[in-house]
Design a protein around this ligand. Structure first.
Ligand code: NDP
Ligand code: GDR
Length: 373
């Protein structure tokens, strides 16, 4: 039985990857952070009680800023494969907490690679680094491929640039099977609530059910290449099963604007939108075309406004990936389109909003969290 260690197992990708590896028969170890409230919602459905016989999944408390903790976990687990998915992964937040982001997203990677070396695991342990299309930042070539030069545009991307190169360096210097997946944006119903797609699907579902009145957005003209997290974690595993380590771009090769995603999500709720104004524009609902999904919305309601607070000090305006290498060498291709993914996300967020609205109608007014970014 192969053993995998996943940092960031409680996150979007970590949860899908854990499911995937368990199905493949792996023993899965994950690092979770100590928090004042439960933070395992994404993996509760696959949790296995350590008191039962032969659990296949194990959780360890830890943090990417803690060298001794990481080294100890690595010594205990001696993994065949490490997936370094843990990160302060929000680009806008990285401008607010640049030093912490550098520590977790940059030096955290070095700590794991050094632990492999320190414990003499260079020949045993394969290492996957969650690199990102944010490395391309101010793009030098379209579409972006493995050879496109980098120009990071945020403290997050600069920290990830360090991780990209330290992964390459430890491969070249010490012969570790270490590789970078340069993943373009990927989403799912498990996406964090403050990333743009989930902010839209959750916000519009809440508005449809009368739990919120207006969604405040940043730059809705940004262009992204969105895939589904399920397709992308499959590729993370594939990258560690090759004869030799190599870095891959993972993307769909299709690009859409944030405003298109907004229109798709609204359409799933039976709402037709008109984008009014330019620059600091607002978005107004002009028609609720079909009945029961959006009972709280009336034609003419303004359901979205632009709030410049959400503009970033330096923006990545456009990203479009070229996944040719992944297709040709690994036979990988995405199975779920961005539009299908949007529909799935809206359906899931609508279920949650409907439950809240039902409770509210019966006098249980549970506040809806509006933390934003
Ligand atoms: P999430 O933000 O959903 O998950 C991040 C995970 O990292 C969570 O489990 C989080 O724990 C954990 N984490 C955060 N800080 C620390 C820390 N100091 N020590 C240990 N763990 C920590 O991200 P995704 O699942 O979306 O992304 C996975 C990885 O892929 C990240 O590294 C991200 O930067 C990268 N990436 C993501 C892309 C995407 O579009 N999703 C695209 C390209 C790269 P907790 O649950 O407690 O917060
Ligand atoms: P990104 O994802 O920065 O690409 O990083 P995000 O969904 O946060 O933003 C995508 C684009 O949408 C614009 N935008 C907004 N974004 C947020 N969060 N909130 C808003 O209100 C809003 N309005 C417009 C942004 O400006 C941006 O252009 C994600 C993360 O998962 C990273 O960890 C990962 O490395 C990259 O994707 C690839």
């Amino acid at each position: 039985m192969k053993r995998a260690l996943i940092t960031g197992i409680t996150g979007q990708d970590g949860s899908y990857l854990a499911e995937f590896l368990l199905e493949k028969g792996y023993e899965v170890h994950g690092i979770k952070r100590r928090a004042s409230q439960f933070n395992t919602q994404r993996i509760d459905h696959i949790y296995q009680d350590p008191h039962e016989a032969n659990p296949q999944m194990h959780l360890h408390y830890g943090d990417l800023t803690d060298t001794s903790n990481l080294t100890r976990i690595m010594r205990e687990v001696e993994p065949d494969e490490v997936y370094n998915l843990g990160a302060q992964s929000h680009v806008a937040v990285s401008f607010e907490a640049p030093e912490y982001t550098a520590d977790v997203d940059g030096i955290g990677t070095l700590r794991l690679l050094e632990a492999i070396r320190f414990l003499g695991l260079e020949k045993k342990t394969r290492f996957y680094q969650a690199s990102t299309s944010e490395l391309y930042g101010l793009v030098q070539e379209t579409p972006q491929r493995e050879t496109t030069p980098f120009h990071p545009r945020s403290p997050y991307a600069v920290a990830k640039l360090y991780s990209y190169w330290i992964t390459v360096n430890y491969r070249e210097a010490y012969g570790i099977y270490a590789c970078n997946g340069i993943l373009f944006n990927h989403e799912s119903p498990r996406r964090g609530e403050t990333f743009v797609t989930r902010k839209i699907t959750r916000g519009l579902a809440n508005i449809a059910q009368g739990l919120e009145t207006c969604l405040y957005m940043g730059n809705i003209d940004a262009l992204r290449d969105w895939g589904h997290a399920k397709d992308y974690v499959r590729m993370q595993w594939m990258m560690l099963q090759q004869d030799a380590p190599e870095d891959f771009v993972i993307a769909t090769g299709r690009q859409y604007a944030v405003r298109e995603f907004i229109a798709w999500a609204a359409a799933e709720l039976g709402i037709a939108l008109e984008f009014r104004g330019a620059g600091l524009e607002e978005v107004a609902v002009v028609a609720a075309v079909s009945g029961d999904k959006a009972p709280a919305v009336r034609p003419g309601d303004v359901v979205m406004r632009i709030d410049p607070t959400y503009f970033r000090p330096a923006e990545v305006e456009t990203l479009l990936g070229d996944p040719t290498r992944a297709r040709e060498r690994l036979g990988w291709a995405p199975r779920i389109t961005a539009r299908e993914m949007c529909a799935e996300m809206v359906a899931e967020d609508l279920k949650i909003a409907e439950r809240h609205a039902l409770l509210k109608r019966h006098g249980y007014d549970i506040p809806v969290s509006l933390e934003n970014a």
